[in-house]
Design a protein around this ligand. Structure first.
Ligand code: PEP
Ligand code: MN
Length: 296
């Protein structure tokens, strides 16, 4: 039966049996469902993760936590440790690291909102885990296998972002490293892929929404879509967020900043509170009317 279903696709039956058996669905309706900080993934809820690219300051992260929670987000996102593409730093464009983790703790306690934040190095897993409800493994670390194993062993839920050059096969292979350690709370995140040419110079990546149904044919793991990093362009966030919900995504990650043009990192992609508030309502209408799921 499986033979008929996957006739010569890029992922073979042998891959499914031998390379990433723990990722593979046992039957048509075998989808993982689990709770993280009281929020259900893989069920009827479509969790929203929102926040700035970077934990720039205490004031910023407290303001964002307060506002996005009121608007309806389920998790606060934001990096204290950042995989910045170039090595140069300035006062504004600077990772806040240990201090940023402290500010996330204050935001979490004051506004009772769970946290997803990136960890980049094994030596910081313990520190980042002291605040994170979900450890984010960034695109650039997707195939850092010893690091994946170390993160998995922390026992924390993990969101594994897809590398922008990785196939679904590579991505599931990486997820398998985490599952192999007995850590079952694994979430995939599509965040855009590189293609030889896009039709706009500001567009670094193309959102691969086709990977959502493709992943769901094979794996039981929930899959989140991040239209902010995928589009890199605010005017496309609404359409692509709605399209992500329509594609069957199990969650949405969005960059939200009170003053997007002045975001320290990637100022072309975040949306402001008003924009976020309108968009989350639209996504909720789509999720409830088409899929009988809810966002708000
Ligand atoms: C992020 O989410 O802040 C981030 C750096 O994402 P990515 O790893 O997908 O580039
Ligand atoms: Mn970013």
């Amino acid at each position: 039966m499986l033979e008929n279903k996957f006739p010569g696709k890029d992922i073979t039956l042998d891959d499914m049996k031998e390379k990433f058996p723990l990722c593979v669905k046992k039957n048509e309706n075998d989808f993982s469902k689990f709770e993280i900080a009281g929020v259900e993934f893989g069920g009827n809820q479509i969790p929203i993760m929102a926040g700035p690219n970077m934990v720039e300051s205490k004031e910023l992260i407290l303001d964002v936590a307060d506002n996005i929670k009121k608007i309806g987000a389920h998790f606060l996102r934001g990096g204290a440790f950042k995989p910045l593409t170039f090595p140069y730093r300035s006062k504004k464009f600077n990772e806040t690291r240990e201090q940023g983790i402290e500010w996330l703790k204050i935001a979490k306690n004051e506004f009772k909102i769970p946290i997803i934040t990136e960890v980049m190095e094994e030596k910081y897993i313990e520190l980042v885990s002291s605040v994170a409800d979900i450890l984010q493994i960034g695109s650039r670390n997707m195939q850092n296998y010893p690091f994946l194993t170390a993160c998995a062993r922390s026992g924390k839920p993990i969101m594994l972002k897809r590398h922008y050059g990785a196939s679904l096969r590579d991505w599931l292979g990486a997820a398998e490293y985490i599952l192999y350690e007995g850590n079952k709370k694994v979430i995939l995140c599509e965040r855009g892929v590189s293609i030889p040419h896009t039709h706009r110079s500001t567009s670094r990546f193309a959102i691969d929404l086709q990977v959502v149904p493709a992943a769901k044919e094979i794996t039981h793991l929930p899959i989140v879509v991040d239209p902010s990093h995928a589009t890199f362009w605010r005017p496309w966030i609404n359409s692509m967020s709605l399209a992500a919900v329509a594609s069957g995504a199990d969650g949405i990650m969005l960059e939200v900043h009170p003053d997007p043009e002045n975001s320290a990192v990637d100022p072309l992609q975040p949306i402001n509170y008003d924009h976020f508030s309108k968009l989350i309502k639209k996504m909720d209408v789509l999720a409830t009317s088409v899929y009988n799921k809810k966002i708000l």
